[in-house]
Each structure stands twice: as C-alpha cells, then as structure tokens.
Design a protein around this ligand. Structure first.
Ligand code: G3H
Ligand code: 13P
Ligand code: ZN
Length: 320
C-alpha cells in the first residue's frame, strides 16, 4: 500500500465523529511501534516527522523506513511534515514522497501567514499532497522555539473562516488552550470548546462542510509513566497534560487529527531508564530499545482504542 494524503481519512473521521492520531516518529523503533499498534487496531494513522527529526535522521532514511513499514499492510497511512517552516525542508518533503505537510506560519503576521500558506498550498496540491496550516499561537516548545504563555493567543473564529477561504488549506490547527510539551496546565485543564464550535459553525454556515480541525499539544502525560521516569532518575516535576475525557470530547466534535509526541517521548524514556537501572550489565542496545518500542506500542494502542475512537477506521463498515 502506498502512502495516502489525509483528505479522505480526516473527512471520514469528521463524519464518524472520531479523530486520527498523528504520532511523531523519529527513527526505526518509533515507526515500528506506531505501525504495529495501527495494524492491531485496523486503524488509519498519521506518521508525522518534524523539521528537527529530518535534521537528526536525514530525510532519505526516514522515508525508506516509513515506506518499508507500510509494505505489508493495506491500511491507509499518511506521512506528514509537522510544523514545517523552512522552505528547503518543505520542498524536500514534497520531492521525497511525504503525503501531507503542515506549513506553520503562526509566528508570522496574519497577512504573511496567508501569503506563504497559499504559496505552499499550491506547491503541495500540485502533487496531491494535503496541507495543514495554523492560526493562533500555542504555548510551549517545538524545534527549540519557545512560546511563552503570555505570547500564546487563541484562534480568532472570524480570521479562521477568512484564512481558510483565502488559502485553500485542507485542515486547520487551532489554538484553544493546549500547549506543546510536558507542562500544559497550572490549574484546571480546560479547552475553549465554545471557540471550537463557533469556528466549525461559521464554516458550515458559509458552505464549507466537514472541515477538519487539528489539535496540537494533545499529550495526556500519563502519571504512571511520569512516576516511572522519576523513579529511575528522571526529573519531571508537576508535568500535566490534556485529560482523556477532554480529548474524547474533542474527537466527537470537529477535531479530526490529534497530535501526540510528548507522551511517546516519556514512555520511551522511562522504559529505557528502567531498563538501564534493572540491567546494569547490559550493553546491547537492542534489549532496551525493544523494551522502549513495546512501551510505545502500548501507548499508541491504548490511545487508538480508548481515546481517539479510530479503531477499525480502515474497515469498510465506516461511513464514506
Ligand atoms: O510540536 C512539536 C513536536 O513535539 C515535535 O518536536 O520539533 O522537537 O521534534 P521537535
Ligand atoms: P505534545 O507535546 O502534547 O505531544 O504535542 C505534539 C504536537 O503538537 C506535535 O505537533
Ligand atoms: Zn504541534
């Protein structure tokens, strides 16, 4: 099965009221873990790769690992560039077979965000690649860029409608209260669902039907993994994420793509820490990396089954 773009899978998710997991992958083990969980659940999945990961591993290695991983499956899998900003990197993902890209112009002025998103939209659509863009600014850290809480801003619904009309994007990442990384909420965890619904209603009213909205910064930060990490020498104090119930609610609304990276990082790291502690004589990376890969597979499996609702989304019974 070849990679597919995200158009159909997100539309299907919108209609059937679930969300597709977009999991950040960095290497062989992370790709294998996500794909194993997707196969187990007969689920659509988006493998996403950041600019930092392309610099770390090299685009050819990554694309070959991903292509190998989808060979013996007929599942619909998309390969997506997460938070693309650098022109050369975006161009290289288009040339090397990514099926979906995000252009993240959220740090730009509104007009520049429109101008550049439009330009990348044209480049992507020419090759049947879907494009996600972002409006509003999430707090947190991504690719070494830190957005402080005071610089974060929620997505303006009027602007969202105007932006989608002017750019022709396939999905929009919104800022409604989540943030990147392991420290999301100081007090009660809350998302601005009124704002999300307003955006979707305005889109519907203006004739833009079933438009998929994307939720970044959606890790839940499982206390069990945080405790495991800390037990074996980690230092993650006061980490907090998006509660599962909130993500379930979002998936039933217009959120069709849910981005998860930090939960995978914590699961992998805590598993490796534990393995180092318990097997100090071991020097074979395959031992601790397979334990880490198993933990990651469990996390993805759990999310697909219990939170996102995408289990069985590749089966024919799904509407559309
Ligand atoms: O949203 C950002 C993702 O967690 C990717 O992080 O740029 O450090 O690979 P990264
Ligand atoms: P988390 O940091 O919550 O995992 O978010 C990841 C993300 O949004 C990737 O684009
Ligand atoms: Zn993100």
């Amino acid at each position: 099965m070849a990679l597919v773009n995200t158009k159909k899978m997100l539309e299907k998710a919108f209609i059937n009221k679930y969300a597709i997991g977009a999991f950040n992958v960095n290497n062989l083990e992370t790709v294998q873990a996500v794909m194993r969980a997707a196969k187990k659940n007969n689920s659509h999945v988006i493998l996403q790769i950041s600019q930092g990961t392309i610099k770390y591993a090299g685009i050819k290695y990554l694309i070959n690992i991903v292509n190998e991983s989808i060979k013996e499956t007929d599942l619909d899998i998309a390969l997506h560039l997460d938070h693309g900003f650098d022109f050369e990197i975006i161009k290289s993902t288009i040339e090397n077979g990514f099926s979906s890209i995000m252009f993240d112009g959220s740090s730009l002025s509104y007009q520049d965000n429109i101008r550049l998103t439009k330009k990348f939209c044209a480049m992507a659509h020419e090759k049947n690649i879907t494009i996600e863009a972002e409006l509003g600014k999430l707090a947190g850290i991504e690719d070494e860029i830190k957005v402080s809480n005071k610089d974060a801003s929620y997505t303006d619904p009027e602007q969202a409608l105007d932006f989608i009309k002017k750019t022709g994007i396939d999905s929009l990442a919104v800022s409604i209260g989540t943030s990147h990384g392991a420290y999301k909420f100081k007090g009660e965890a809350k998302l601005d669902f009124d704002r999300l619904n307003l955006i979707s209603n305005m889109l519907e009213d203006s004739g833009i039907k079933n438009f998929p909205i994307v939720l970044h910064g959606a890790s839940s930060i499982d206390k069990n993994y945080v405790n495991l990490c800390n037990k074996f020498g980690g230092k993650l104090s006061n980490a907090s994420g998006v509660p599962e119930e909130i993500l379930k609610k979002a998936s039933r609304l217009s959120i069709c793509k849910i981005n998860i990276d930090t939960d995978l990082r914590i699961a992998m790291t805590s598993s490796i820490r534990k393995s180092f502690f318990e097997n100090p004589e071991n020097i074979d990376p395959r031992n601790y990396l397979s334990e880490a890969r198993d933990s990651l597979e469990n996390v993805v499996n759990y999310k697909i089954k219990n939170i996102l609702g995408s289990k069985g989304s590749c089966s024919v019974n799904n509407v559309n």
